[in-house]
Design a protein around this ligand. Sequence first.
Ligand code: GTP
Ligand code: MG
Length: 492
Amino acid sequence: MSESLVGRVGTAVDRAADRAPTAEAAQELRALRARLDGPLRLAIAGRVKAGKSTLLNALVGENLAPTDAGECTRVVTWYSYGAAPRVLLHPLDGPPVDRPFQRDDGALNIDLGGRSPEQIDHLEVRWPTRRLQGLTLVDTPGIASISTEVSARTHQALTGDVGQVAVADAVLYLLRHAHASDMNFMEAFRDRQVTEGTPVNTVGVLSRADEIGSCRLDSMTVAARVAERYAQDPRVRRLCPTVVPVNGLLGHAAATLRESEFAHLAAIARAPQEEVARLLLTADRFGRNEAPHDPGPAERQHLLHRFGLFGVRVAVQLISSGAVTDASGLAEALRSRSGLQELRSLLTVQFTERSRLLRAQSVLAGLRSVLHRADWPEAADLLGEVERLVSSSHELEELHLLGELRTGALELPPDRAATLERLFGGVGTGAAARLGVPDAPSDELRQEAVAQLDSWHRVARHPLTSRQVHVLCQSAVRSLEAMLDGDLAPRS
Ligand SMILES: Nc1nc2c(ncn2[C@@H]2O[C@H](COP(=O)(O)OP(=O)(O)OP(=O)(O)O)[C@@H](O)[C@H]2O)c(=O)[nH]1
Ligand SMILES: [Mg+2]
């Protein structure tokens, strides 16, 4: 379906590039054209120390992004696929330059060549890993309360400056649990300057989820309840209607688990039960206690740094109960407790499946802004063409309505809103997901689509149907007709 839209957007950009009055405008349009065919750009955003870089590493399955300290954490950094490792620095003024880098304990240590973060537009890390094929992850510095050069750059990556298009097609927004003392937490949401994401391209992550339930073994269950509550909060809903709890630290440790770490955890698990319970009471006691000697305090500090107290407790419990017996079994069990798999599935449904559509949307926004800015006679005609393209695209309309439904901007009974959200591709873009009948054979899908089509026609004809619902009915009918013409068309 999105093939035709992408094709039409590509043609519109090419046409504009052919008629661009200046070399800069032509170049900007060529870059937009490349973006249409390039990978989806997913930015990871949130407040300082929300766990953004750790989550990025967990998603890539490698230790690349520096965490904790260093000036690189203050620079917007793109991680994209490349056949060979390479780091490019894009200064604010001038062309990109290659920069040398080392790997310190795995994470990249990039030599900025004496430039301060304020002088750098962004860094681009190209890395040979299949996880980055088709997906560029953009690590952003934490959004600080005071506006600095650096948070201005984060802002631009997420939303675009005035007259410029955002760097990101989609945003993963990290929220940390709001403690009673941290009422500033919601400020980032109130400040529409900070992020103008829309609910269709933003997914919320309740990060550092293990810390929410005081690192007890049921922490993730507690975190899931908190995430649910956040997702109901109108201020959060406006930005990201879905919020999932993730323990990025554990996800990352699971993806990069070493045999020596398993051996240390197994040694702890073998100690007498009361001794283990005492040792694991607090992070401080676990990290600093002189005894036992195997593993000693240095190794235990390392385990804390890599797994967190929750991760250590879970790992020791899994080993001592006999549920896991080797490093690969432990990695698998920890991965499933990190929430990372659920996040991945969500990213697939929300972003990967509609990657082309999201990219087309970004490129259209870029094209519009170039045309508005440019002082050339044909801009008005070209803009008219873009507007016609947008208004005739049912896919873009679905995306728009999905956003409206998710923020609760449309007043509908909850079950009807949920049916429409599903129909517009909210839980998956395949016909079965849209119709709400997973695993059904194609003739059943067809029957279901015809039945739903009838029912929406009936609602549309009903004299008490409001104008707003009438418009939604027409869109629902178009979605179902497209399905019957496309995915569900009889094979010839
Ligand atoms: N317990 C726990 N700690 C975490 C988790 N994710 C990150 N951390 C720790 O939180 C600290 C900050 O993590 P980063 O990944 O650097 O956070 P960030 O949001 O990238 O930070 P800035 O870029 O400086 O804003 C580090 O000490 C991490 O080890 C998590 O899921 N659980
Ligand atoms: Mg960071």
